[in-house]
Ligand binder design. Structure first.
Ligand code: AMP
Length: 298
């Protein structure tokens, strides 16, 4: 069983071409919807009284949401960000933690023996606390981002030490170590405990560091890009969802998981918020996987 813990959010996303306000987002939302294409997925998170019923239904249709708390007195976590013209650089306008701020996360009894746990980007202290509540997961992967690196760096480092795999985007990895080389960042991440690190580089693909080797993989080429929000989380969810279906997690398996991560990220950026991700069918994934193999085999 795969359980994903992270934020379930209302996102306001501004690009030079279009703005979407208070649309369904959050790291756990993207990651778990993406993962559910590979394996049944359970979600742990919290939303507020302003969370629309239609979003709740959308999650319910795809996921086990017995771990989703609804706080009737506070607002849902709200993230407001803007992208520049090339849709590569994101600026955070506002992070309103709301229900997240004092959330005492719990694991429903039915999820306690989850073998696979994905700690999507969230407060690192909450991530460490919830990890203690599982009975003994076989594989734990976490993600983090600039907000937590800036505000709780020591806790981010402690969290990294407790997981089997760490996933980060390139600028965040560089921020974490004040380091300019992505490869060095990957090595530093692994030297802090996990057995592998994955660094996402947007349209430049992703990098795996495992068993003292670097494996750069290209992104799936798509000409449509509207909103990169959630691409990293969709990558992470697919990566973990695929791994949860495998017996062992050697380099070859990790590379295959990255291909599925790249493919799900490529869908997410094609529309605002979760719109494209929720319309993905098994057949679409199969086609992109086939195409990926054709393009990158020589
Ligand atoms: P990504 O684009 O994959 O890095 O993640 C985008 C998602 O992260 C958005 O849907 C936000 O709701 C969520 N998010 C933004 N800031 C934070 C934060 N500080 N902690 C947890 N989630 C966040």
């Amino acid at each position: 069983m795969l359980t994903i813990f992270g934020t379930v959010a209302l996102d306001t996303t501004r690009t030079p071409f279009h703005t979407v306000e208070r649309t369904l987002g959050g790291t756990a939302t993207f990651a778990s919807i993406s993962a559910s294409n590979y394996t049944p997925t359970s979600l742990i998170g919290i939303v507020g009284h302003d969370f629309p019923e239609s979003y709740l239904q959308l999650l319910k249709d795809r996921l086990d949401i017995r771990g989703l708390t609804i706080n009737q007195t506070e607002n849902t976590f709200h993230y407001d960000s803007s992208f520049d013209y090339d849709l590569a650089k994101r600026t955070t306008n506002k992070t309103e933690l709301n229900v997240i701020a004092n959330y005492q996360s719990t694991v429903p009894e039915e999820y306690i023996d989850s073998e696979f746990v994905y700690l999507a980007n969230n407060d690192p202290v909450q991530n460490m606390n919830i990890l203690k509540l599982f009975s003994g997961p076989k594989l734990v992967i976490c993600d983090t981002m600039d907000f937590w690196i800036i505000n709780k760096r020591d806790d981010v480092m402690k969290l990294i030490n407790k997981v089997d795999g760490i996933m980060l985007n390139e600028s965040e990895a560089k921020l974490l170590f004040k380091e300019t080389s992505t490869l060095k960042c990957a090595r530093l991440l692994v030297s802090n405990g996990p057995s592998f690190a994955v660094i996402n580089k947007g349209e430049n693909g992703s990098l795996l560091f495992h068993n003292n080797e670097f494996y750069p993989l290209p992104a799936f080429p798509t000409e449509i890009i509207k909103d990169p929000t959630g691409a990293g989380d969709s990558f992470g969810g697919a990566f973990m969802g695929y791994l949860s279906q495998q017996e062992k997690w050697g380099t070859m398996t990790l590379k295959n998981a990255m291909i599925y991560g790249n493919i799900m990220g490529s869908f997410t950026i094609e529309d605002y918020g979760i719109q494209r991700l929720v319309s993905v069918k098994a057949e679409d994934i199969k086609k992109r996987h086939q195409k990926y193999k054709e393009i990158f085999t020589f």
